[in-house]
Design a protein around this ligand. Structure first.
Ligand SMILES: Cc1cc2nc3c(=O)[nH]c(=O)nc-3n(C[C@H](O)[C@H](O)[C@H](O)COP(=O)(O)OP(=O)(O)OC[C@H]3O[C@@H](n4cnc5c(N)ncnc54)[C@H](O)[C@@H]3O)c2cc1C
Length: 502
């Protein structure tokens, strides 16, 4: 079943307890801070049913042949990845902006766990059955699926057991029906989504084989005893004419409180075994990073377009120094594009038989995209000029007393009238300079784990041995150099010759 926008909205009216800005939200589908982003998620559902978009957004299920959302379909071929990429671009074209946490960017986290079936089977075969069923359910039922990793965490110098134990989400008891969990997680979009793949944050389990904190499950976001405390939305804070992105594309983040929430056994994906928790943390984004990096690409396009139009309207694009800055933006943009494209062209088979984007190219692409975004925003901001932050509001362009003055000073030439210049400056301000712009920069930095974890993913996936082999050959080093240890050596044994030499 592919849901309609209305079915999605109806699914959110499940009695969930949502707070924003000190207010209890009666209905997230109509509340002004949530409505714009709920409408976009609903629009994505509706696009799947419209003749103009269906061929791009929907495909036949591999098992049942039924129409399913391209974003949720399991990837087996390069064509599957091209189709996913095209569907996301089509959504961005249709809505005129960028949204990230709308389902396709999180669903791949479950495929990573499916790749770890062997690990799950060692723990409890039921868990492997559960993940497979949940993957099939998302394909068949089209729920809005999000991601929950990050706990408040508290004092990192202490073990969770040595402080308020709820600082990390944990199991408090088992019942016949399932496990009961307590704690909290930061989750973008949870207040208006249907379910979240909930799992431990990056943790050092030490030697522990078992822990009540090592728990992963699908959380029904309509479950009793959940409470959603949201940060204030950007929508409706200021007029849409002045802040066109804040008002339309804010993806509201939530601290989700688990006040003894029952997770039925059929939704538990792993429990107590730290090995399963370690596996999922190491492989979590092997698919979903593609969708995340793709968001950076579209953001880069918007930044370049805004900067370009600003310098073109004033004739500054003829200056060589300006062209060099535009070229810097283009190099970054094309670097992201190249990583995404190459990651499909050189895709790899996963342990479960799916097709993963080439892991080294994907994760280096994520670092390229996210780590340079602040610098690129700064260049784009510079090219737009200081007028993005000093321009009066749209109301002043309409007020009969001030409008003539603004018409005069904001009309550049016969092609660039005051209203278009104002609109472009307002767009650029909201993209690069507003509170919302800063928020989005932080989102791209952190929301798919923090920068140190992005680099750790690169370290796990880059082919280090190939470079070492190249230097060993080029420098004529002996085969003993850098040889892999063949067996564990007792600590009391003398150090091997190579290590002694080092
Ligand atoms: C806008 C936004 C949306 C988000 N959405 C989601 C979501 O939907 N789901 C979700 O689960 N999470 C989400 N997050 C949370 C995000 O994953 C976390 O912010 C991130 O994991 C970092 O955790 P923290 O904020 O607690 O920072 P901390 O853990 O306090 O870390 C702060 C900094 O300390 C340093 N540091 C900490 N630990 C280490 C280490 N081991 N090695 C090296 N340096 C270290 C790093 O510089 C790190 O950036 C979101 C975050 C933001 C900002």
């Amino acid at each position: 079943m592919i849901r309609t926008g209305q079915q999605y909205k109806d699914s959110l009216r499940d009695g969930r307890v949502v707070h924003v800005n000190g207010e209890r939200v009666k209905d997230v589908t109509t509340h002004p801070m949530f409505k714009p982003i709920v409408d976009i998620r609903a629009r994505i559902h509706d696009m799947q049913h419209e003749a103009a978009f269906a061929a791009t957004m929907v495909a036949a299920d591999d098992v049942t042949g039924e129409p399913v959302a391209i974003g949720s379909k399991l990837p087996y071929t390069q064509a599957d990845w091209q189709a996913k990429r095209k569907a996301v671009d089509t959504v961005f074209d249709e809505i005129g902006g960028v949204v990230t946490r709308v389902g396709d960017e999180t669903v791949g986290e479950m495929w990573s766990l499916w790749d770890g079936r062997d690990v799950l089977n060692e723990v409890d075969p039921q868990f492997a059955v559960n993940i497979e069923r949940h993957i099939r359910r998302v394909i068949a039922e089209d729920p809005f699926h999000v991601s929950a990793n990050t706990d408040p965490k508290g004092d990192r110098s202490k073990r969770p057991q040595d402080q308020d134990p709820d600082m990390l989400l944990h199991v408090v008891r088992e019942t016949d029906a399932g496990i009961v969990v307590r704690g909290a997680k930061y989750e973008t979009a949870a207040a208006y989504a249907n379910q979240a793949f909930t799992k431990p944050t990056i943790a050092n389990w030490g030697d522990s084989k078992l822990s009540e904190y090592a728990v992963g499950f699908i959380c029904d976001l309509g479950a009793p005893n959940l409470r959603f405390i949201c940060r204030t939305g950007f929508a409706q804070r200021a007029p849409i004419d002045d802040y066109p992105l804040s008002n339309r594309f804010d993806e509201v983040d939530t601290l989700v409180i688990f006040d003894d929430v029952l997770i039925p056994w059929e939704n538990v994906l792993f429990y107590r075994h730290t090995r399963a928790a370690t596996f999922i943390r190491a492989t979590l984004h092997r698919y979903s990073a593609f969708a995340y990096v793709q968001r950076n690409l579209r953001t880069a396009d918007l930044m370049i377009g805004a900067a370009l139009l600003n310098v073109r309207q004033t004739g500054l694009d003829k200056q060589q120094a300006v062209q060099e800055k535009l070229s810097q933006l283009a190099v970054w943009r094309e670097g992201i594009h190249a990583h995404l494209t190459a990651s499909i062209a050189m895709a790899e088979r996963s342990p479960a038989g799916l097709l993963m984007p080439n892991q080294s190219l994907l994760f280096t692409g994520r670092v390229l995209a996210c780590s340079q975004m602040h610098e690129m925003m700064h260049i784009a901001r510079e090219l737009c000029g200081g007028q993005i932050c000093v321009t009066p509001d749209a109301a002043a362009f309409r007020d009969p007393e001030t409008a003539p003055w603004l018409e005069k000073f904001y009309s550049v030439n016969e092609n660039w009238i005051a209203d278009d210049r104002r609109k472009l400056l307002a767009f650029a301000r909201d993209l690069l300079n507003s509170d919302y712009a800063g928020h989005r920069l932080t989102f791209q930095l952190f929301a798919q784990s923090p920068p140190f974890a992005h680099l750790a993913a690169v370290h796990r996936n880059f082919d280090w041995d190939a470079t070492a082999a190249a230097v060993k050959k080029a420098a004529g080093l002996s085969d003993r150099v850098d040889a892999k240890p063949v067996a564990a050596v007792p600590a009391s044994a003398p150090a091997p010759a190579v290590a002694r030499a080092a």
